[in-house]
Design a protein around this ligand. Structure first.
Ligand code: PBG
Length: 328
């Protein structure tokens, strides 16, 4: 028999009105939590749509002023720069990475000259935008050589720091590179440049559109499983983070994002270090196309980003950053 008292506790009570839902909301997303990735292309006055990423473009350097202004107006603290290197500048050793007039170096100089420290710039350290084979390092017999690659990455990191990059983000997954890069930066008086390690980067199937955007998709013949992590593993992520913390990482990244919320949460709980999440290109395009095709609602964007906050991420790299910041 159901009496008037049943049930005693009604969790729906605080959900009844918008005002009271607001009061019990446990997590919040603000533009402070967002990092906006920007793709660069050579040339002048270029704004080229990336076919596999609706509403995401490659910009030539002279177009960056407007877009960075827009990012700043929406109070996003940092951008992440990714170059699309023309094919004729790529080779097996990724030498273009060390050219101080390469696309990324010119872009850093342009933005820092104009915006000073009003905005943070983050740059990947890895060779894949520059190698003819699309791998993140030097290849021998189809295997990416660790120590030889690290020697180049150190120089790439220093060059980016010299250009004015604020946050160096090694995304290559070589062993020992955080310690080597930290020492090299310090010895060259860049001790204040921050290191954000992509400590936990999975050999993921969600990177496709990004590889389109930086032009490494066609060149990449195999996968990256001999250096990026197996998606079946999570304890291994702890070992990766522990090493990078010891070697001097200021922050760590988990990538991709949504399939790895468990990893974000347990790293946050076990290491008291800022954990960032990367909602990668494949995640973006899936959601974006779902909305376009009326399969899911627009608020799926906010829902996806809030999941990172629940998991404990300090910030999120997302192609939705600008679009969502306008609404926050
Ligand atoms: C490579 C790099 C990748 C991404 C960022 N840096 C792809 C890869 O490892 O092949 C992917 C980002 C995305 O998919 O949005 N150093």
């Amino acid at each position: 028999m159901i009496t008037g008292k049943f049930p005693n506790l009604r969790l729906r009570r605080p959900r009844k009105y918008d005002w009271s839902r607001k009061l019990v909301q446990e997590n919040n997303l603000s533009s402070n939590d967002l990092i906006y990735p920007l793709f660069l292309t050579e040339g002048n006055n270029k704004k080229k749509l990336i076919k596999s990423m609706p509403n995401i473009y490659q910009y030539s350097i002279n177009k960056l002023g407007n877009i960075v202004n827009n990012v700043l107006e929406n109070k996003i603290p940092m951008i992440a720069l990714f170059p699309s290197t023309p094919g004729h500048k790529k080779n097996a050793y990724g030498e273009e990475a060390l050219n101080e007039d390469n696309l990324i170096c010119r872009a850093i100089r342009f933005i820092k000259k104009r915006f000073k420290n009003d905005i943070g710039i983050m740059c990947d350290v890895a060779l894949d935008p520059y190698t003819s084979h699309g791998h993140d390092g030097i290849l021998k017999n189809n295997y990416v050589l660790n120590d030889k690659t690290v020697n180049i990455l150190m120089k790439q990191a220093l060059l980016q720091a010299q250009m004015g990059c604020d946050v160096i983000a090694p995304s290559d997954m070589m062993d020992g590179r955080i310690g080597k890069i930290r020492k090299f930066l310090d010895n060259n008086n860049y001790q204040d440049v921050q290191l954000l390690s992509y400590a936990v980067k999975y050999a993921s199937n969600f990177y496709g559109p990004f590889r389109d955007a930086v032009g490494s998709k066609k060149s990449l013949k195999s996968d990256k499983k001999n250096y990026q992590m197996d998606f079946s593993n999570s304890s291994e992520a702890f070992r990766e983070v522990a090493l990078d913390v010891k070697e001097g990482a200021d922050m760590v990244m988990v990538k991709p994002g949504m399939p790895y919320l468990d990893v974000i949460k347990s790293i946050k709980e076990n290491f008291k270090i800022p954990v960032l999440a990367y909602q990668v290109s494949g995640e973006y395009s899936l959601i974006k196309n779902g909305i376009k095709n009326n399969l899911i609602k627009k608020d799926a964007i906010l829902e996806s980003l809030m999941s990172f906050k629940r998991a404990g991420a300090s910030a999120i790299v997302s192609y939705f950053a600008l679009e969502i910041a306008k609404k926050l």
